[in-house]
Design a protein. Structure first.
Length: 459
């Protein structure tokens, strides 16, 4: 339904797959939080538990969280498995892009270190070539024992990443090192091991995607060829880089990325209202939707019949990007998209100047192999002072390249390069406020520069 907010959906762009191994320590209950933290970063998660772990937490908890069967034994076969189905621990080992064990008991560290393969988790560990992360948790005497430390060292030398336990009060009543690291810290270690950047942590990104539809009568509409693929790829990329994402989308056949908040709209006016309603929350707005420029003056109440030639009268829709720029809140970055069919860079630059956005991503939708409904795209990332070529590549990769450039805009150096010398003078005249941080200074600089920059643009 229009304007309705959806919870997380599944199935789209689950690019990285993580197997969470849970071994039998008190901290097994915290593994549920580790699963949630990984899912928040748009990772697909499955869980395997040691027999001892099932004494602490029910596999059902992890089955419900992950939406998958939880492997607890080498010997159980799914009832529907065909005789030629791959043996599970091998299949799961090949499925996973990464194995993380949280909590990792002293026992599991020892079995990994010595190559024992006497249950599902240890067998999978030997059978995978994916990176392995372990988050030990145990009593501090066990942790500091020479045997445990030697095992940890052996694993470290083999490339296993150790998320060191924290020091503090332990479940056994002792105080010392051995408490499992926080779930978010474990998720960060996983992201690092996967080579994922986490540079949008703490940001709220409002993304528009897809095309809008303007009704002509109860069954027909004026629409466009936008599939939503670019916007959905941006949502997935922003989320996997740590941002909270609000995705305002026109009708699209795609499943939105998991864990982003989805607001569905149909018309340009609905998109405008949804965007303005959520703009204040956002630190970054990316407008990649293909919004109708015109809407019919009259929407027929009944289905239109064929009656010879027909002329449609259209009215321009509101310019959402311009309105978003007018309502920009301090520090908010605004990036627009321009789909052009000729003189792409010149048209994009004109749009950038006209609208006052921080950047425009301009793409040539006239090229057949890129643009609407294609899985690939090529674009130019335009700011007032730069034109960065983003050559032909998958949309998901392009989404990350666009975000790389957006993140670079946040850095004070690039902000300074972008500002004219007059603006820099303004900055020098700005009083230094007590307690202002780098971020606040940057925000203030941006605020003070914004009207000036706009004036320069109008000139
Ligand atoms: C109540 C209780 C709590 C335990 N907590 C831990 C723990 O925090 N860390 C640990 O390494 N072992 C702990 N153990 C011991 C492990 O459960 C035991 O070594 C077991 O064999 C581990 O099996 P697994 O590594 O296959 O999961 C605990 C045992 C009990 C009974």
């Amino acid at each position: 339904m229009n304007g309705e907010i959806e919870g997380p959906a599944s199935g789209y762009n689950r690019t990285m797959k993580v197997m969470v191994g849970v071994s039998g320590g008190i901290a097994a209950y915290k593994a549920a939080e580790v699963v949630r933290a990984l899912q928040r970063h748009a990772l697909e998660v499955r869980v395997t538990m040691t027999q001892a772990a099932t004494r602490f937490v029910q596999p059902l908890t992890f089955a419900a969280l992950s939406g998958h069967r939880v492997m607890t034994s080498l010997w159980e076969m799914p009832t529907d498995a065909s005789p030629d189905a791959p043996i599970d621990h091998i299949a799961e080992a090949q499925w996973a892009d990464l194995l993380v064990v949280a909590p990792a008991t002293a026992d599991i560290l020892a079995r990994f270190a010595h190559g024992l393969a006497d249950d599902f988790l240890t067998t999978m560990y030997l059978a995978t070539s994916a990176p392995v992360v372990v988050a030990p948790a145990m009593n501090s005497v066990m942790w500091e024992h020479a045997a445990t430390q030697a095992n940890v060292e052996m694993l470290r030398r083999r490339g296993v990443r150790i998320v060191e336990p924290d020091a503090g009060p332990l479940a056994c009543g002792m105080v010392g090192p051995g408490r499992m690291a926080e779930p978010e810290q474990i998720a960060n270690a996983v992201l690092n091991a996967l080579g994922r950047s986490h540079d949008l942590a703490g940001e709220v990104v409002l993304i528009t995607a897809g095309g809008t539809r303007e009704a002509l009568d109860p069954v027909r509409f004026l629409g466009n060829r936008s599939s939503g693929k670019m916007g959905y790829a941006l949502a997935e990329a922003a989320q996997s880089r740590g941002a909270r994402v609000i995705l305002v989308t026109g009708p699209s056949a795609l499943h939105p990325p998991i864990h982003c908040e989805v607001v569905r709209v149909t018309t340009a006016e609905e998109m405008r209202q949804a965007v303005l309603a959520r703009q204040a929350e956002a630190t970054l707005v990316i407008k990649s939707a293909a919004v109708a420029d015109y809407r019919p003056v009259v929407v027929a109440e009944q289905k239109l019949r064929r009656q010879g030639p027909m002329t449609l009268e259209l009215l321009p829709t509101e310019d959402i990007l311009a309105e978003v720029v007018r309502r920009r809140r301090p520090g908010q970055l605004i990036v627009g998209f321009a789909a052009e069919t000729e003189d792409t860079v010149e048209q994009g630059r004109a749009k950038l100047l006209r609208k006052g956005a921080d950047a425009i991503v301009v793409n040539d939708v006239g090229r057949e192999e890129i643009g609407f409904d294609s899985d690939h795209n090529a674009a130019t990332f335009l700011t007032l002072s730069t034109a960065i070529d983003l050559p032909f590549m998958p949309k998901r990769k392009l989404a990350d390249r666009v975000l790389d450039e957006v993140v670079a805009l946040r850095r004070p150096q690039s902000l300074l390069v972008e500002l004219s010398s007059t603006e820099l003078e303004l900055q020098r005249e700005m009083p230094v406020r007590e307690g202002s941080s780098v971020q606040q200074d940057e925000t203030a600089l941006r605020e003070s520069a914004a009207p000036r920059r706009k004036a320069l643009m109008i000139e």
